[in-house]
Design a protein around this ligand. Structure first.
Ligand code: NAG
Ligand code: NAG
Ligand code: NAG
Ligand code: NAG
Length: 438
């Protein structure tokens, strides 16, 4: 049986180097496919190799399955603004037929992509030749019946729907509802609900835009549907609060059903309090009983039945508390770290600086800092836990807080839904680690 300990003896499995910065990573619901999006608007899908009988010792590795351009740079002439092609989020739909479907979004437009395999092609058209050129009708003397001929497997991605023109601000989240008929997209001030079949209309379910923009004190930072209850969703804000809404209560969810907030410790108040309490990610546990939030310094787990404080708080990099001033000056304090659960909701993973990422075991309360680095690891080598020291004497193997590299940050990670396989995006490198197999 795999235990948590095995995970801490985590193997370096694969490294893929991208030409651009990776901006999102997402496993499909069984973990056989892994999708990544990048700053250049591309989506790359990896597929896990099938385990073959004569290679029992090797667990399936991931290979590139399909690459396509999802979004292109655009220009908004009304506002004279450039719309970046960067993929902010990808979400898979559960598989219903031979094809796979995923949603990808940049700041403004959500697209539904169909990814399908083709290993046959039609031949013998009447009106065009094999290269697709139209034939001169005068030369057509007999009619043929087109036939399907086998060819090398090809994976095609086709845009099936484009959901545009519904967001004035930047889209930060998309979430597929458990009814699989609808999804939501959230920007800084509004959340919209879409039907997968309808692209020219969406329903506005949250709107926090004040009548007078000068009164704006809070923005939406992330949103997600409950994994099993299709009427329930949560959204987090830049003030460190989380609202749970029920769409059955009213069409426009201006009034939340629950409001989660931890009162600030007055002894910790500083100029940066408000910035560092802003929530950068919110995730329901697979069970749907808890939510997890990430702010600049911590990860918190909230019980849905307890609104006044989190049930667990994990310090991600508390040693940065004394560095907030320089992190403000170099804008790092605004970095948006994401967080993920493992398949059984027992372990939490989130990123940090210096290509470090952290794991917290909720049962044993053990935690570990690991590094995604090409220099210190070889394929199949076991990752060594890292330690940061604050002031005083630095022990061998420790790294001083002053020598951390703040340009190397791990914002996006993903955890395989049923196994200890993790995907970690470190700028343009995608690392895949797995636990040690006996
Ligand atoms: C995930 O992808 C694999 C393809 O390798 C597919 O067989 C599986 O059905 C997908 N899972 C879901 C739940 O869509
Ligand atoms: C959306 O498109 C459908 C079909 O083209 C049309 O019947 C419907 O009226 C449109 N809705 C809006 C709000 O434009
Ligand atoms: C206050 O700061 C200390 C460390 O300086 C930290 O351990 C503690 O969790 C903080 N309290 C809150 C409520 O954030
Ligand atoms: C995380 O969850 C998966 C799926 O339930 C489980 O197999 C794995 O052992 C868990 N990982 C850890 C480190 O507990």
């Amino acid at each position: 049986m795999l235990t948590t300990l095995d995970l801490y003896n985590c193997f370096w499995l694969l490294l893929f180097v991208f030409t651009d910065i990776i901006s999102t990573v997402e496993f499909n619901h069984t973990g056989e496919l892994l999708a990544t999006g990048d700053k250049g608007g591309r989506v790359v899908i990896f597929q896990r190799e099938q385990e073959s009988k004569n290679q029992v010792h090797r667990r399936g590795e991931y290979n590139v399955y399909s690459t396509f351009q999802s979004h292109e740079p655009e220009f908004d002439y009304l506002k004279s603004l450039e719309i970046e092609e960067k993929i902010n989020k990808i979400r898979w739909l559960p598989q219903q037929n031979a094809a796979y479907f995923l949603l990808s979004t940049n700041d403004k437009t959500v697209k539904l992509w169909k990814v399908s395999e083709r290993d046959k092609r039609p031949e013998g058209y009447n009106l065009k030749d094999e290269e697709g050129r139209l034939r001169d009708p005068a030369t057509i003397t007999t009619l043929r019946v087109p036939v399907l001929r086998p060819m090398d497997l090809m994976v095609e991605a086709t845009p099936r729907r484009v959901f545009a023109n519904a967001h004035t601000y930047h889209i930060n989240s998309i979430s597929v509802n458990s009814d699989y008929e609808t999804y939501m997209s959230a920007d800084d001030l509004r959340i919209n609900l879409w039907n997968f079949e309808i692209t020219n209309q969406s329903f506005n379910i949250v709107d926090i835009k004040p009548a007078n923009m000068e009164e704006l004190t809070e923005v939406i930072t992330a949103a997600e549907f409950h994994p099993h209850h299709c009427n329930t969703f949560v959204y987090s804000s830049s003030k460190g609060t989380i609202r749970l809404c029920d769409m059955r209560a009213s069409a426009l969810c201006d009034r939340h059903t629950k409001f989660f907030e931890e009162p600030e410790d007055p002894s910790n108040r500083s100029f940066f309090s408000e910035i560092i309490s802003s929530i950068s990610d919110v995730k329901f546990s697979h069970s749907g009983r808890c939510i997890m939030t990430r702010d600049y310094l911590t990860v918190k787990v909230w019980d849905l039945n307890m609104e006044n404080r989190p049930v667990e708080t994990y310090q991600v990099h508390d040693y940065l508390r004394s560095k907030l001033c320089s992190l403000y000056e170099n804008d790092c304090i605004f970095d948006k770290f994401e967080c993920v659960w493992n398949g059984s909701d027992s372990v939490i993973m989130t990123g940090s600086y210096n290509n470090f990422f952290r794991m917290f075991d909720r049962n044993t309360k053990r935690d570990v800092t690991l590094e995604a680095s090409r220099e210190n690891s070889k394929p199949r080598a076991i990752l060594k836990p890292r330690k940061v020291c604050v002031g005083g004497k630095r022990r061998k193997d420790e790294i001083s807080v002053d020598s951390l590299d703040f340009s190397k940050k791990i914002l996006h990670t993903a955890w395989h839904p049923s196994e200890n396989i993790i995907a970690v995006a470190a700028t343009n490198n995608l690392y895949i680690f797995q636990d040690k197999v006996n």
